[in-house]
Design a protein. Structure first.
Length: 169
């Protein structure tokens, strides 16, 4: 049976911890799908800290764009995170929101076609107001529309606030 869970919230709200905890409660050997592109040393350190939390029971997959290359049938997987995944589409499509959104939706649909438990981690980046930067506004729109798309497909949506999970759907 296919199950899609979306965990959303602000930066440092506890999203990844919650996703990992949930995955481990559902499987003794979950999969961690990392979507990040390592842009600089500071981000590399963030990734390293995330990796430290996970033990040898995790199978790690690094995939910046094409999640559907991986058939996770029958498995439990954390996909961390949608924001970084969308950033990769946004750059690959020269900041074209429509192309990026359509590509991400198609890839999401292809990836989640199999019976598995998918736990997507994402950010609510539009909660802090409207940016003065046009490129940031475009990306915030992309993120918001993709979050809505995933939430519409999800069986469950959890919003993280200061480390506290709030079930939305």
């Amino acid at each position: 049976m296919k199950k899609i869970i979306l965990i959303t919230g602000g930066q440092r709200s506890g999203k990844s911890n919650k996703a990992e905890e949930l995955a481990l409660s559902l499987s003794s050997n979950p999969i961690y799908v990392a979507t990040a592109h390592i842009w600089d040393d500071e981000f590399r350190e963030r990734v390293r800290k995330h990796q430290e939390r996970r033990g040898p029971q995790w199978t790690n997959i690094e995939e910046e764009l094409y999640l559907s290359r991986h058939d996770l049938s029958g498995r439990v997987a954390v996909i961390d995170c949608v924001t970084l995944w969308l950033t990769n589409f946004f750059y690959a499509n020269n900041s074209d929101v429509n192309k990026s959104l359509e590509a991400a939706k198609a890839e999401f649909d292809a990836f989640t076609q199999y019976d598995a438990t998918y736990i997507f981690v994402t950010n609510e980046i539009g909660s802090g107001g409207v940016s003065e930067n046009a490129l940031q506004r475009k990306f915030t729109d992309l993120q918001g529309w993709m979050n809505q798309y995933i939430a519409s497909k999800a069986n469950e949506v959890i919003w993280m606030v200061s480390g506290i999970p709030v079930k939305i759907k």
